[in-house]
Design a protein around this ligand. Structure first.
Ligand code: IMP
Ligand code: MG
Length: 179
């Protein structure tokens, strides 16, 4: 285990098994469709590649990078698009693949934006859900793991751009971000 981790929350084996299970459930819904899976950079990349590899439906890939203006939980109510998708989502069945839903700000805004652009449907798939933290009216359609309000790293998730490459999901030691 990395020295900056308090403990391992989810092992690579637990993640692999659950991601497979969720991907198969999602896959069953798109057998006669051609969904566009949008990975939200950068946190979802590792989850994204594991997830889409389990799909058998004719899925197309695209990516988006977003951030909220300012920081913290008091948002300006506007999502900043740092990198947009190449695809036209009008009439498409979109699957948003996101690492974690916390306040719900990112996903509430993203879903609204894609629907505004004419997406026929928008499904939200998340790796992690901090349910107790929700401030916006949005829920994932599929979620792999419900977690407590702890700051987690690894399997794509970062703290200050570090730890994304850890193969497990771990709890970051508090003293590293509470100074
Ligand atoms: P929301 O917009 O408040 O739902 O926040 C979602 C975003 O916050 C995620 O895409 C992550 O980038 C970030 N985030 C929230 N909790 C964590 C965590 O525990 N570890 C790493 N990133 C997190
Ligand atoms: Mg993120």
């Amino acid at each position: 285990m990395h020295n900056d981790c308090e403990r391992i929350m989810l092992t690579p084996e637990q993640i692999r098994a659950r991601v497979k299970e969720v991907a198969h459930e999602v896959d069953a819904r798109y057998q006669d469709k051609r969904p566009l899976a949008i990975g939200i950079l950068k946190g979802s990349v590792i989850f994204y590649v594991d997830f889409i590899r389990e799909l058998t439906c004719p899925v197309e890939l695209d990516f988006m990078a977003v951030s909220s203006y300012g920081s913290g939980t008091v948002s300006s109510g506007k999502l900043r698009i740092k990198k947009d998708i190449d695809s036209d989502v009008a009439g498409r069945d979109v699957i948003i693949v996101e690492d974690i839903i916390d306040s719900g700000f990112t996903l509430a805004n993203l879903k609204a934006l894609l629907l505004e652009r004419g997406a026929r449907s928008v499904l939200i798939v998340t790796l992690l859900n901090k349910e107790g933290r929700r401030e916006y009216d949005v829920e994932p359609d599929y979620n792999c793991f419900d977690i407590e309000n702890e700051f987690v790293i690894g399997y794509g998730l970062d703290y200050d751009e570090r730890y994304r490459n850890l193969p497990y999901i771990g709890i970051l030691k508090r003293e590293l971000y509470e100074k």
